[in-house]
Design a protein around this ligand. Structure first.
Ligand code: SF4
Length: 209
């Protein structure tokens, strides 16, 4: 645990500004943005959401939207048909099952169309301040390289991280690991020479013996 705390401390030093890079003002906007961010950059999502939220400011508006108009607005995010179906469907379920409010538990969030464990954890953590580590592709890769997990599925990595990191740090650790994956520990060519975690990194140790 001491080594893991040190890893988190060093990540904090490297990325003092780590937080979600999606623009949002409330849980509804965050939920929609996270669904749109699958296989798409946050930057692209942020280009699309102002017009989308201006046209559909809440779940009630989006629940009644024309599929074709939503598809047109989110077209550049990729997988636009599926994503349009999911954000409209999620809005309808928020109204029918949750009184128009985005639910605030992981379990309830996962009943919404297009919402898996990762998306539910992000919304639970970022919008509601819950303790959860969402495991996306960056968190998965970086955690395994650093030796925080040997898990071979996102769920196993999440379980390992939950054991490796103090609970009160889970939400922030998610952002730190994403920032590290985006800015330094790249998928194909990690920038190990400029990484302040070298001495703790299993991957670096194995590849620089
Ligand atoms: S030393 Fe290299 S592989 Fe290890 S965390 Fe840093 S960038 Fe990633």
């Amino acid at each position: 645990m001491e080594k893991n705390k040190e890893i988190i401390r060093l990540l904090n030093m490297a990325y003092p500004d780590a937080e979600t890079e999606l623009d949002f003002h409330n849980p509804y906007e965050l939920l929609v943005a996270v669904i749109l961010s699958a296989q798409c950059t946050d930057k692209r999502v942020n280009q699309v959401t102002p017009a989308l939220f201006s046209r559909y400011p809440d779940a009630y508006a989006l629940a009644q939207a024309e599929q074709s108009e939503v598809e047109r607005l989110i077209h550049s995010c990729g997988f636009f048909r599926n994503k349009a179906t999911n954000i409209i469907g999620a809005s309808q379920k928020i109204i029918s099952d949750f009184g128009g409010e985005v639910p605030s538990t992981v379990q309830d969030l996962m009943t919404l169309p297009g919402v898996g464990k990762k998306t539910a954890n992000v919304v639970y953590s970022v919008a509601f301040g819950g303790d959860a580590i969402a495991v996306d592709t960056h968190v998965y890769r970086v955690s395994r390289r650093l030796g925080l997990s040997k898990g071979n599925t996102p769920l196993k990595v999440e379980e390992d991280l939950n054991r490796a990191i103090p609970k009160e740090l889970w939400g922030h650790a998610h952002h730190l690991l994403i920032f590290h994956g985006r800015r330094t520990c790249h998928s194909r060519k990690p920038d190990c020479e400029n990484c302040n975690l070298k001495e703790y990194c299993v991957y670096y140790g194995e590849n620089n013996e």
